[in-house]
Design a protein around this ligand. Structure first.
Ligand code: FES
Length: 109
């Protein structure tokens, strides 16, 4: 079951950057492109290293700091290897001044 979690203020998610967060024990990266916010698993699909807070490459690509894979900042699709598997997307939306994600991993009480 998905749980809606407020993860940041919109103003804290810098346009043109990747923002790394820890949400209920899981690494999540956010990208902001214009007035849209996107969320992905924060672990690279190549060798399972943590992605980091960094500038988006060419304004819209998430770069893994370890071996340089590039992922589309809207879809998570691989745009340059060595990764072969897209970054898993997490549903994200803006509500007022807040960024909300739909998390399916928190443990139920
Ligand atoms: S761990 Fe990310 S490209 Fe290798």
């Amino acid at each position: 079951m998905n749980v809606s979690i407020r993860v940041a203020k919109l103003a804290e998610v810098r346009e043109g950057f990747v923002t790394l967060l820890k949400v209920a024990g899981k690494a999540v990266v956010l990208t902001r492109l214009g007035e849209d916010v996107f969320a992905f698993d924060g672990i690279c699909t190549h060798a399972k290293y943590l992605l980091g807070t960094s500038r988006l490459v060419q304004g819209c690509q998430i770069e893994c700091p370890v071996h340089g894979a590039l992922f589309n900042g809207r879809t998570g699709a691989v745009e340059k290897g060595p990764a072969e598997t897209p970054l898993p997307c997490i549903a994200a939306r803006i509500e007022g001044e807040d960024v909300i994600i739909e998390a399916d991993w928190p443990q139920q009480a």
